[in-house]
Design a protein around this ligand. Structure first.
Ligand code: NDP
Length: 357
C-alpha cells in the first residue's frame, strides 16, 4: 500500500489566521457551559461534556474541542438524547463494571464508574468498564490519561459515526471506531496513542468541508465508490480504514466489542437512530484497566525501566512518540491560558448561549 500523505488539520495551521480569534480557555469554557445549560442539558452532563471539549482545545485537538459544541446543541435540541440521564451502575463481577448511560452522554458514566474500575483493577489486576446506551463524541485520550494518572495501563475503544467502508468495499459499514492506549511512565508524561481506525476522523473531513479545503484522494470514496477530494462528497460516500485489511479487521473488532458484546448497537444500526443525520452516535464503549503492580509486584520498577528503553530507542532514531505534539500544545496553552478558534465558531457559540431550542 502506498504511504498516506501527512494529515493536514484544517484548523491547526496558519492560512486562516486572520479568521481566528484568541481568547482565554476559561472564557470559552464558560461560554460552552452557558450554551449547554441554556439548551437544557443537566448541570452534571454539562460539566463533563465541557471539560472534555476544554481538554481537547487545550491540547489543540481542534476536531474534538469546541468545534463539537454546535453539534452537541443540535443533538440536545433534536433528541432522543436524554438531557438529564442518570447513569445506572451494575457491579457485575469482581472484574466487570457495567454502566448504563440511559441514553445520555457517555462522559458522566465514565466519571461515575471510574473509582469503581480503579478499585477493581487494583484488586484483580485486570478490570473492564463497559458503557452502553451512550452518546459518545469525545476523544479517548482523556479517559486513558485518567487511568495512567492513577498508575494503570488503559485501553479504550468505541464506535464512531457509521461512515467507513471495509477494505475492498464501498458502503458505510463501520464507524470511525477509535482505539486508545496508555502506559504510565515513571517520570513524566505517559505513552498514549489515540486514533480512529478510519484513515482520518470524520470531524476532520467536516472541518475541511467548513474551511472549503480539498482532502487527499486516499481518504475516502464518493457514493459511487470512486476516490474523491471533495469533503462533502466524502461525507455522502464512505471513508477508508487505515492500513487496508488490517484496519478493516480492527474496526470489525471494535464493532463487536462495543456493540453485540454489550447488547448494544452496531454503528450501522446506530446511524438509523438519528435517521441518518450523522450526529453523535448512540452505542457502547469498552474501557480496560490493567494494574502493573498486580502483574509485577516488586519487579515493576525494573521492568518499567526496560519499557523506558523502548521509548528511548524510538526517539533515538528520530521518530517521535505519539501524543508528543499534543503534550507540546498543552504546555503552550498552560503557559498563556489562551486558545485560538475560528471566528465563525466563536460567533456560533455566542449565538448558542442566547437561543433555547
Ligand atoms: P491522528 O491521526 O490525529 O493521531 C493519531 C495518534 O497518532 C495520536 O496519538 C497522534 O499523536 C499520533 N501521531 C500522529 N502523527 C504521529 C507521528 N508522526 N509519530 C508518532 N505518533 C503520531 O488521530 P485520528 O484523526 O485518527 O483521531 C483523532 C481523534 O478523534 C482521536 O482522539 C479519537 O479518539 C477521536 N475520535 C473520536 C470518535 C468518537 O466517536 N468518540 C470517533 C473517531 C475519532 P499527536 O496527537 O501528538 O499528534
Amino acid at each position: 500500500m502506498n504511504p498516506l500523505p501527512e494529515k493536514k488539520h484544517a484548523d491547526r495551521n496558519g492560512p486562516d489566521a486572520d479568521a481566528r480569534i484568541s481568547l482565554p480557555l476559561e472564557t470559552l469554557r464558560q461560554m460552552g457551559v452557558e450554551a449547554l445549560l441554556a439548551n437544557g442539558l443537566s448541570p452534571e452532563h454539562t460539566e463533563t461534556v465541557i471539560e472534555a471539549m476544554a481538554l481537547a482545545q487545550r491540547d489543540e485537538c481542534h476536531s474534538h474541542g469546541f468545534h463539537q459544541l454546535p453539534g452537541a446543541v443540535q443533538l440536545i435540541r433534536r433528541g432522543p438524547l436524554v438531557r438529564d440521564a442518570v447513569p445506572v451502575v451494575n457491579d457485575r463481577s469482581p472484574s466487570l463494571l457495567q454502566m448504563d448511560a440511559r441514553f445520555g452522554y457517555s462522559l458522566l458514566s465514565f466519571q461515575t464508574g471510574l473509582p469503581v474500575l480503579v478499585e477493581k483493577a487494583r484488586k484483580t489486576g485486570v478490570a473492564i468498564m463497559t458503557i452502553k446506551n451512550c452518546y459518545h463524541f469525545s476523544a479517548l485520550w482523556p479517559e486513558v490519561e485518567a487511568l495512567t494518572e492513577r498508575g494503570l495501563i488503559g485501553l479504550v475503544m468505541t464506535q464512531g459515526v457509521n461512515c467507513v467502508a471495509p477494505e475492498g468495499g464501498n458502503k458505510p459499514t463501520f464507524g470511525t471506531n477509535p482505539i486508545a492506549f496508555g502506559w504510565p511512565r515513571p517520570q513524566g508524561i505517559p505513552y498514549v496513542f489515540d486514533f480512529a481506525t478510519s484513515v482520518i476522523a470524520r470531524s476532520d473531513i467536516q472541518m475541511h468541508a467548513l474551511a472549503g479545503q480539498d482532502i487527499p484522494l486516499e481518504w475516502a470514496v464518493d457514493s459511487d465508490g470512486q476516490p474523491t477530494s471533495d469533503p462533502t462528497a466524502a461525507l455522502k460516500g464512505a471513508l477508508r480504514t487505515f492500513g487496508g485489511h488490517k484496519g478493516s479487521a480492527l474496526s470489525t473488532m471494535v464493532e463487536l466489542l462495543t456493540g453485540p458484546l454489550l447488547g448494544d448497537l452496531l454503528s450501522a444500526e446506530s446511524i438509523k437512530v438519528d435517521e441518518g443525520a450523522g450526529l453523535t452516535p448512540l452505542h457502547g464503549e469498552l474501557i480496560v484497566a490493567l494494574d502493573p503492580d498486580v502483574f509485577l509486584g516488586a519487579e515493576r520498577a525494573q521492568h518499567f525501566d526496560r519499557a523506558e528503553g523502548l521509548f528511548e530507542s524510538i526517539i533515538a532514531q528520530g521518530a517521535r512518540l505519539p501524543s508528543q505534539r499534543r503534550y507540546e500544545a498543552r504546555q503552550r496553552t498552560l503557559a498563556t491560558g489562551e486558545v485560538s478558534i475560528p471566528r465563525h465558531l466563536y460567533e456560533r457559540i455566542r449565538s448558542l448561549t442566547t437561543t433555547t431550542g
